[in-house]
Design a protein around this ligand. Sequence first.
Ligand code: FRU
Length: 489
Amino acid sequence: MEWTREARYRGLASISNDIFEAMKDQVNQSPWRQHYHIQPVTGLLNDPNGFIYFKGKYHLFYQWFPLGPVHGLKYWYHVESEDLIHFENKGPVIYPDTTYDSHGAYSGSSIQIDHHLYVFYTGNHRTKAWERIPNQMVAKLNDDIEVVAKQPIIEGVPQGYTEHFRDPKVWQEDEHYYFVIGAQTTEQTGRALIYQGDTSLNFHLLGEIDTGLSEFGYMWECPDLFKLDDKDVLIFCPQGIEPDGIHFQNIYQSGYIIGDFSLETLEMKHDGFMELDHGFDFYAPQTTLSKEGERVLIGWMGLPDINYPTDQYDWAHCLTLPRVLNIKDDTLIQKVHPDVEKLRVCSYEAICEVNQDSTMIDLIHPERSEVDISIVENEADELSVVFSNQSDEAVKISYEKYTGALMLDRSQSGTLPSNQDNQTRTVKLNQPLQSLRIFIDTSSMEIFINEGTHVMTTRLFPKAPYEHCMFSASGNVKIKTKQYELKRG
Ligand code: FRU
């Protein structure tokens, strides 16, 4: 089907419930459906939104276009869970059903105020001339997570900024509410702005965060500002950064700066922008506090402006596993949240000695497994781990000890997403490779390197699941593997 503008801006009301149910069934039968990741019931999923622990449950929403694998009229689809892994599909909650959000209920965040859940988001309105007017909205939800009221709190954009003004991330501090929001200046540079609000939710602009990054892309999407381990962290997604060696290889970037932020001066001192994930498919993450008080991040395992192989089956994308954030040596450490371990059903341990020959192990479960690899001894300059299937498709992770470079190569992995020439991604490790913790689902791999010091996330679309894992090295290496079969989630 051709996705004309008209087709993209049709909503759920344009189809009957029977058709919607039939679309769900069809999507569910398609190949590459994930087993334990959050994925759209139909159509396209993008950013995680409104992530919060509220009255005993985690609530998470995703940007959703129900009718096909394209970016169109966006809703917020709700999933909930008592932990961070067994999410249940609940249905759409924020509908683009007022003039303010007529062309999409865009990204935003949640906050609890006096026992109630409030959602801050960007209402995307287009005029007849297709001019975009962003409105910042607040919706009040009841305990059944239904909207009871919604209204704009900021209409349009402040002077000096363009229509690209969206994605409020809200928090409370010292009797005030604040939100950070992504913006583009009229000089076409990306910025994050801070608004302050009183208890009646009247907000005014405090100004731009002074990061010193004055020419760093043309738009910053999905900012998130929080305290972590006595530091301030600003996550944002700059668009328009040129690739630079092994850095900034994806179409748009997602990263962070760490330092000290002052709400008085709006200055954020930091040591530079770092990428959050060194794989192919990661964007627009959002954080919240877990019930234990940890800072947890979930990202979109996809990127805008790229066609993915599942498009032909009328669905696209999924979310990443939840990651716990901490700071060590001024960088973010990202570890899989322990709730994910609840998926483990059985385990298998092996010790492999690799020298000039390769050593192969079978995966405990080809479509849903966790493979933990510890490098006990490494005398080799080069070491590789290759996951392969019967169709000779393979994903390769290779490590060079003398440069510290770890490369992920998906060029032979199966069907590939469009618009990406380079099918390798490389990260320079700051310590020798000691461990890889790899989560495999039907169409993704999340690779946590050296206890979460670096992460590489990738979608994969093989003809058949990868069944084997082969280790090869240019010298003696001793490797311990522990595998877990994972439940469906
Ligand atoms: C990021 C983004 C946001 C916007 C949303 C629309 O992927 O472009 O800036 O709010 O997606 O779906």
